[in-house]
Design a protein around this ligand. Sequence first.
Ligand code: AMP
Length: 189
Amino acid sequence: MTRLIFLGPPGAGKGTQAKALAAHWQIPHISTGDILRQALLEQTPLGIKAQSYMDKGELVPDHLVQQMVEERLTQPDTEQGWILDGFPRTVQQAAFLETLLQKLEHQGEKVVNLDVPDEVVVGRLLERGRQDDTEEVIRRRLEVYRSETAPLIDYYIGKQKLLVINGNQSLEEVTVEINRAIAHRESAV
Ligand code: AMP
């Protein structure tokens, strides 16, 4: 049973890794950014509310994202495992998730922190060219990451759930390192 949370700055390769591993393990890849972008495209009430935050590189308010994740994690396809990509991004979201997972009896989740130097991240984001990848928005997303999301590293170290992975290597090497870290953790438990 694999339940993984991907942490790491924007541009660390969370989406790419999460997608590949989810396909390999045949479990859902739950990206809050993807869900929000889809909602925006369809101009649903959630998408309309989220748009101004996303355009500026700010976080969408916790309660909106939390409700979205709760709805997604209560779908039956999550019973065989899941990968969360881009959630939680604040300590409040992490506390919410912990309570939700207890309620759903989803245990044993691990947190993958993809560690990538700042200059590599900015270069990758500029190359990616997504709508919210302008230099100003990228700079803001990194600031928000540092102030709101980076504290989750210590939060999950405290809970002994954190696996630190060097994200500054090829896609294949990162995948191998993640697999190795998970296998190592499972044999240690
Ligand atoms: P991402 O694709 O993960 O980079 O997310 C794109 C944008 O969606 C972010 O810059 C935020 O505006 C919003 N977003 C995604 N996940 C969250 C979250 N967990 N909390 C708040 N906002 C989020």
